[in-house]
Design a protein around this ligand. Structure first.
Ligand code: FPP
Length: 238
């Protein structure tokens, strides 16, 4: 594969990239390994990807790590993911912090085990002064549920005869404050959105890649940005 880090235009970098990290299970199966090993290897590639994101000057990366629909998976797999989350942040938070990365979370934390809630809150707290790049972990996240909670939040403060606007919803979404999602990447070869950031990607460029998540490398990220730069974005204009 070409070295895409040398081909991208450094003046046309997407502000916010959302990633559906798919293919851990298939990667493990191909290698006759347990699915948990696919998830572990999938978590190991996150930091090198953040280095590439920092190199490009990307402002935010949202990672779909667990959806509101993933609870139907076998319990051991779910418990394994929460353990992996604790392990990941225990191992990496010092270096994540040193790199100027700010951790944030989008999703419904209350259903996570108490230790995972603490892990995430601690990562958010210890990196809150960082400004270079926001790493937004989406855990127990669902796009429809996000819109519903935003509308309910608006209803709670609604004035008499007031009608909801797109702006009212936008500012209450779980991603409020992050830049617009310019680019959505899905690995693993499937071409669907799976309830990820459905409001936020209204005008995003979508890039589907036929690589299993644990095999995704920084050069794939540069390649997706290159592909993004080849697209002509019109935002409804001509
Ligand atoms: C989808 O692949 C992946 C997930 C539901 C989990 C994603 C989680 C990680 C990449 C690790 C995240 C990092 C931490 C720190 C928790 P799949 O298992 O559905 O793959 P398949 O479609 O091949 O079965």
């Amino acid at each position: 594969m070409k070295d895409y880090s040398r081909l991208i235009d450094r003046k046309k970098i997407p502000s916010h990239i959302a990633i559906i990290m798919d293919g851990n299970g298939r990667w493990a199966k191909k290698k006759s390994l347990p699915r948990s090993e696919g998830h572990r290897r999938g978590s190991e590639i996150i930091e090198p990807l953040m280095d590439a994101a920092l190199d490009m000057g990307i402002r935010a990366v949202s990672l779909y790590a667990f959806s509101t629909e993933n609870w139907v998976r076998p319990k051991p797999e779910i418990i394994g993911l929460w353990k992996l989350l604790d392990y990941f942040f225990n191992e990496k938070i010092v270096s994540i912090k040193a790199k100027g990365i700010r951790v944030r979370h989008s999703g419904f934390l209350d259903r996570l085990p108490a230790s995972s809630q603490r892990t995430i809150r601690n990562a958010i707290d210890t990196t809150r002064e960082n400004k270079k790049l926001t790493l937004n972990f989406c855990l127990n996240y669902g796009g429809r549920q996000d819109i519903v909670q935003a509308v309910n939040g608006w209803i709670d403060g609604r004035g008499r005869n007031e009608r909801v606007s797109a702006r009212d919803i936008e500012k209450r979404l779980l991603t409020a404050g992050l830049p617009e999602v310019d680019l959505l990447i899905r690995t693993g070869g499937e071409c669907r959105i799976s309830n990820f950031l459905i409001w936020q990607i209204a005008y995003s460029e979508l890039v589907f890649m036929d690589v299993l998540w644990p095999d995704f490398r920084p050069n794939h990220l540069y390649k997706a940005v290159y592909e993004f730069q080849l697209r002509e974005r019109r935002f409804g204009g001509i």
